[in-house]
Design a protein around this ligand. Structure first.
Ligand code: B12
Length: 213
């Protein structure tokens, strides 16, 4: 994977990042690859922040640049045909205490482009609100975004609440975000984890297929 875009994102070089993204699109690089390079760049921003080399204002700047480049990239995602998933409802939200939503919004964009009906609950969503939304919509897939490690406990609370309300068997829970891994899956009791947008789409695809059977 080339490094110029990762560097521009990591160094918060807005104009350079935009120029590189435009060039990569012209050169036919896929939207998925370009987003992944941008994600890697902001991952470095996060590292520099945790090392005290960047400030909160730099995190905010990285958000602004990411949003700008996404405006350029989004129309270039492949459209998978919106017919196949008609009627498949997905609830998405960022868990309680967490307001990170750039990744969630990418996944929502990809899902909607593939024909899913996505109910976006936004950010800082308490477990109870997820449950209400499942009851209101009848959705059988729930996507939860979490980036702050101290908020992972709320994902577990959500799964516990689904058990208590008798909904656990009816819904498949997918969790995504920077810190999620197999350990998080086991701890929270969710069905799938993904910290990659493309892999996320595959997971939703598999779940959707199993619901159609
Ligand atoms: C940008 C950013 C911000 C922005 C968020 C803007 C926004 N609208 O989202 C702002 C400036 C607001 C912010 C605030 C804070 N942040 Co911040 N932030 C980041 C940063 C640099 C990038 C995150 C990002 O958007 N990445 C790009 C997206 C595309 O990647 P992604 O989220 O991983 O999403 C991909 C996959 O994970 C997956 N995916 C995402 N969601 C979902 C959902 C589902 C269902 C599925 C299947 C897949 C999936 O698909 C996406 C596409 O590939 C990260 C660093 C990092 N390593 O992630 C820190 C980071 C997450 N932030 C951090 C911190 C500490 C904070 C603050 C507490 C700082 C503070 N002192 O106030 C606050 C928290 C506010 C809150 N209550 O949430 C820490 C968290 C540390 C930890 N261990 O918990 C990080 C890791 C930085 C660091 N290394 O210290 N932040």
């Amino acid at each position: 994977m080339s490094n110029d875009l990762i560097d521009a994102m990591a160094n918060l070089e807005e104009d350079r990042a935009i120029d590189i993204v435009r060039k990569k699109i012209e050169d036919g690089e896929t939207a998925f690859d370009i987003v992944e390079q941008c994600r890697k760049g902001v991952e470095i921003v996060g590292k520099k922040y945790s090392e005290g080399k960047y400030y909160l204002s730099d995190l905010i700047m990285s958000e602004a640049i990411f949003k700008e480049v996404m405006d350029i990239i989004e129309p270039h995602f492949p459209k998978n045909g919106t017919e196949s998933h008609n009627g498949i409802k997905v609830i998405m939200g960022t868990i309680q205490g967490d307001i990170h939503d750039l990744g969630k919004n990418i996944v929502i964009y990809l899902l909607r482009s593939s024909g899913y009906s996505v109910y976006d609950l936004g950010v800082d969503v308490p477990p109870e609100r997820f449950v209400e939304a499942i009851e209101e919509t009848g959705a059988r897939i729930v996507g939860v975004c979490v980036l702050l490690t101290f908020c992972i406990g709320y994902v577990k609370e959500l799964v516990d609440l689904l058990e208590e309300t008798g909904l656990r068997e009816k819904v498949t829970v997918v969790v995504g975000g920077y810190p999620v891994d197999e350990q998080v899956r086991k701890y929270t009791g969710v069905d799938y984890v993904s910290n990659d947008g493309v892999m996320a789409l595959d997971i939703f695809e598999r779940i959707a297929d199993s619901l159609k059977k």
